[in-house]
Design a protein around this ligand. Structure first.
Ligand SMILES: Cc1cc2nc3c(=O)[nH]c(=O)nc-3n(C[C@H](O)[C@H](O)[C@H](O)COP(=O)(O)OP(=O)(O)OC[C@H]3O[C@@H](n4cnc5c(N)ncnc54)[C@H](O)[C@@H]3O)c2cc1C
Length: 414
């Protein structure tokens, strides 16, 4: 599957990256991780600490799947608001999930502090704008819900926004304790640390077949096999190819990155910005003084990414940015790309085992919060593999849509 197309910004940053060999021998291990994106890298990092004998393979190179397209906004709020989650799942489970996301943001920041400078995740606040007057009451309700459950948020009215930004919006939630990073550098940092800690990493090594044994899994990878007691499937949107519950709805999403700006005096605290419209526009600044703006999601053409569409959509994103920040009208696009983007229908990630795949765990960090979901998933899966009970994993079950009642999931979250 072609995951992105165009000129991707992160691969041009000056982060020193390591290359890894392809598999040249039969292997056996305690745990095989399939996929070297953010999900696989977090699992490798956590398993390295647990001293399990771990192997990670990627059919491309490290962090060159969807992680390369990821714009690096790390937020506890989700595409599906807390209010909406409460309506779907009930108060306790929904709040518990949002708290998990909040905890995961903190963990990502903490983990990154031990990595090289460029791989670190920087704390940032977020501005969640009402896209229109009509969205104001919904956003106000979300603010009240977040306050009731002690999330660190403020309500900003039209004047407060106008004092801090050059655009007019009728209201916004300003939230604290989010983060931003360079996902490409972060994943390379995690993998380098895992490799230094004993995890074997192989690039250009595709898992192409599986035999499920009584005591593990035999995975074919090119001319070789890897015999593993456990397998973690963290193959991003391509995980869909491995099991029949597709789960994800795939679209195209677009990103444009400007040339470096001379200042951000008109951008309060260089916060992350997003909005209530669906699909939403979102933007951030980068350490090398650029603006990254994304959105304009649209259906895939015949299930495939249109490889030239980013040229048009990048221009539209630039115009939208100029409308919001008129002082930045001189800034042109330096990078523009399109990428496949996946969402689950209920807004939750898929995490856990699948009845047809013994000894295997799946990690599918779908949605705009893929990094946060991957952190939650990596921790849950590695907990289970190292002998800790995680009954809450059932809430994210791959087969949840075929289960008779959501109460099954609720009970494990309460
Ligand atoms: C435009 C865009 C912007 C985004 N912005 C954000 C954001 O700001 N914040 C956020 O949290 N999330 C964001 N996301 C979502 C985020 O990018 C994804 O959720 C996340 O990168 C998924 O990571 P992953 O490790 O699951 O997948 P991937 O990064 O795709 O990694 C999977 C890896 O598996 C490998 N693989 C696949 N099949 C096989 C096989 N058979 N054998 C071996 N290897 C295999 C692939 O080569 C790939 O490297 C964004 C997504 C897009 C498209």
């Amino acid at each position: 599957m072609k995951l992105h197309s165009g000129n991707l910004a992160w691969s041009h940053t000056n982060h020193p990256i390591s290359a890894y060999p392809s598999l040249r021998q039969h292997l056996s291990c305690d745990c095989l991780i399939i996929g070297g994106g953010i999900g696989g890298a977090l699992c490798a990092h956590l398993l390295a600490d647990s001293h399990m004998d771990t192997v990670l393979i990627d059919k491309r190179t490290i962090a060159s799947g969807s992680t390369l397209a990821n714009t690096g906004l790390i937020q506890f709020s989700n595409d599906k608001t807390l209010t909406s989650m409460i309506n779907t799942f009930g108060e306790k489970p929904a709040v518990r999930f949002y708290k998990m996301c909040q905890g995961a943001v903190g963990k990502l920041i903490r983990i990154s502090q031990n990595l090289q400078q460029e791989a670190r995740i920087t704390p940032r606040n977020s501005l969640y704008l009402a896209s229109s007057e009509a969205d104001l009451s919904m956003l106000r309700e979300e603010f009240t819900t977040l306050c009731r459950h002690h999330f660190p948020v403020e309500w900003w009215d039209r004047n407060m926004i106008a004092e801090r930004f050059p655009f007019q919006k009728s209201g916004a939630i300003y939230s604290y304790c989010d983060g931003e990073g360079n996902p490409f550098a972060f994943v390379h940092g995690l993998i380098q640390a895992a490799a230094a800690n004993g995890v074997s990493i192989f690039e250009q090594t595709e898992a192409s077949g599986f035999k499920f044994l009584k005591d593990g899994v035999l995975c074919r990878a090119g001319d070789y096999t890897i015999r593993a007691k456990h397998v973690i499937f963290s193959a991003g949107y391509e995980t869909q190819q491995f099991h029949k519950e597709k789960g994800a709805h795939l679209t195209s999403s677009f990103v444009m990155v400007t040339e470096p700006a001379d200042h951000f005096d008109d951008w309060f605290e260089r916060c992350l910005i997003w909005e209530t419209a669906r699909p939403y526009l979102y933007m951030r600044t980068t350490p090398d003084q650029r603006i990254m703006i994304g959105g304009l999601d649209e259906p895939l053409e015949n299930d495939r990414l249109d490889e030239a569409r980013h040229l048009h959509q990048g221009q539209v994103l630039l115009e939208k940015l100029h409308q919001l920040f008129p002082e930045k009208k001189h800034l042109q696009a330096a990078y523009a790309y399109g990428a496949v983007f996946g969402e689950s229908r209920d807004g939750l990630p898929y995490i856990g085992p699948h009845p047809d795949y013994p000894h295997c765990y799946f990690l599918k960090g779908l949605g705009g919060n893929g990094a946060v979901y991957s952190m939650i998933a990596a921790e849950m899966i590695t907990d289970v593999l190292t002998g800790k009970q995680r009954r809450d994993m059932d809430w994210f079950s791959l087969t949840r849509t075929s289960k008779p009642t959501p109460a099954v999931h609720r009970s494990n979250m309460e």
